[in-house]
Design a protein around this ligand. Sequence first.
Ligand code: SF4
Length: 125
Amino acid sequence: MIITNSKIKCIKLQIKKLNNYIDSINLSLPFLNYLETNVVDHCNLNCKGCAHFSNIYDNNYVNLTDYEHDIKLISQKFNVYYFRILGGKPLLHPNFPELLNISRKILPNTKIVVVSNGLLIDKLD
Ligand code: SF4
C-alpha cells in the first residue's frame, strides 16, 4: 500500500478536525449523535414516492426566529455530533444563507449536512 503526501495531509486534517471537536465538547452535556429538521415542506420536484409528502404541501417554511430559538435550546442541552437540514427542498427557504449561518454559529463544531436534490445549487449566491 502506497501512502502519498496528499493522503498524509488529508489524515492530518482529519486528526486536526477531530481534536478541535474534542476540545469543543462540553463534558457536562450528553451526546446527541444525530439530529435532523425539516426547514421547508415544499419542493421544486414532484416525486411520487416522496417520504415527506412534499408534492402535496403548499409553500411552507420555518420562521428564522423560531429556528434559532430551537437550535439554541438543543445546543444548550446536548453535544450534537451530526445535524441534517432537510426539506422538502431546503434551498427554497427565502432566507437559506441566513439559516445556514445561524446553524453554524450555534453549532460551530457539528457536522452540518444540507440534504437537497441539488437543482438550485448553481443559483446560490
Ligand atoms: S423532497 Fe426529494 S423526494 Fe420529495 S419531491 Fe423533493 S426531490 Fe422528490
